[in-house]
Design a protein around this ligand. Structure first.
Ligand SMILES: [Zn+2]
Length: 370
């Protein structure tokens, strides 16, 4: 009698299944193989997930002695830096995260975990195609930089991803059905929009608790400039003050830190004590916890220390905003990109458009996002 089969007969297949060690079933490997994703790119993503790429850290690990320097900044090079956490990668992911209104970008996540935020079960869907293309073109941009001495630029990566989507569409590999629930992105790829019943979601800004103030913060990256915006309101939702300004030579993390610092300084200057700070979901809040000394953020170490100094007199807490609840801050951040220096606002000098957003949010009117 052979126990491993139902009928008691011996078969090699069943015997093998008894001995072999099964890994966990991972949907991610099921999703990256699809005709909508060119095979070269699927293979590349598979290699990236298994860390089989000739980045400097891997070469050093294999025994090659070389001085590592990544192509986008002063860091040493490793796979995570090239594909997720480096400045070029961050700007590329942030762009598409915004385009698809996902709000899931967090460059602290390991590649596999991060990809799972993008991927959905519908095979061949644009949400599965895009992250694979981004990884691929980030890699090509990195190689182009090494071998042709061209400076890495996120705008090239974004354009290459868009062109590839348009090309896949042109050869009938992508269809309107692959854009289900995301028809609003079609125009960004030069693809005619599918007529479908939109998926409606409503969000509203929520007032802080009684006796508390709320500081909403956001940052914005335009082609060559970046900016921040912050807005303070009381527990009735009434506008108190706002600030906006340009940021120079910053990556996403540093930009967020500076925005929070300016926001807190504004709170201090008008003697606010009880404060809720609301930031976009993609901001990692652990770096601001008082217990840790932010050791993992060498880049922003002094900035975070300064923020904590600034917060010593505050009774504060952080929270994440849902996408769409942060419109005043988003608007101010975009304005900040166009300013030459930091600017504070009170009601009297508030731009008209900002007043409009403030009134809508004060009345807790829900936004409808398509
Ligand atoms: Zn770099």
């Amino acid at each position: 009698m052979f126990n491993a089969s139902k009928d008691g007969k011996f078969s090699l297949k069943n015997a093998w299944n008894v001995f072999r060690i099964k890994g966990d079933y991972q949907n991610i490997f099921n999703i990256i193989w699809h005709k909508n994703i060119p095979t070269t790119i699927s293979i590349f993503v598979w290699r990236a997930l298994h860390k089989f790429l000739p980045t400097d850290d891997n070469m050093i690990y294999k025994g090659l002695s070389l001085a590592s320097k990544c192509q986008c900044c002063v860091h040493t090079e490793n796979i995570h830096h090239v594909l997720i956490s480096g400045p070029v990668a961050v700007r590329t992911w942030a762009y598409f995260d915004d385009l698809f209104r996902l709000n899931c970008f967090n460059y602290h996540l390991p590649l596999k975990v991060f990809l799972n935020c993008w991927l959905i079960k519908v095979k061949g869907h644009i949400r599965n195609v895009i992250p694979c293309l981004i990884l691929w073109f980030l890699w090509l941009e990195r190689n182009n930089s090494i071998f042709n001495n061209v400076k890495m630029n996120h705008l090239n990566v974004i354009q290459n991803v868009k062109d590839k989507v348009a090309a896949l569409w042109a050869v009938n590999l992508l269809y309107n059905k692959d854009f289900e629930n995301y028809s609003q992105v079609c125009e960004h790829f030069g693809i005619p929009m599918a007529i479908s019943i939109p998926l409606m979601r409503s969000y509203k800004w929520i007032k802080p608790p009684y006796n508390f103030y709320k500081l909403n913060i956001d940052v914005s990256f335009k082609s060559n400039v970046s900016g921040f915006g912050g807005v303070i309101r009381d527990s009735n939702g009434c506008f108190v003050a706002a600030c906006a300004g340009p940021l120079f030579n910053v990556d996403y993390q540093k930009a967020i830190c500076m925005a929070i610092l300016f926001g807190c300084q504004l709170c201090n200057s008008i003697n606010i004590v009880n404060l809720v700070i609301e930031v976009s979901d993609s901001v990692n809040l652990s770096m601001f916890s008082m217990e840790e000394d932010g050791c993992c953020n060498a880049n922003c170490f002094y900035l975070i220390r300064e923020i904590k100094q600034c917060m010593l007199g505050l009774n504060y807490s952080f929270m994440h905003s849902m996408n769409g609840r942060n419109d005043c801050a988003i608007w101010l951040a975009s304005l900040g990109c166009d300013l030459t220096e930091n600017k504070d606002f009170v009601w009297a000098n508030c731009p008209k458009q900002l007043k409009g957003y403030l009134i809508l949010e004060e009345r807790e009117v829900p936004y409808v996002l398509y």
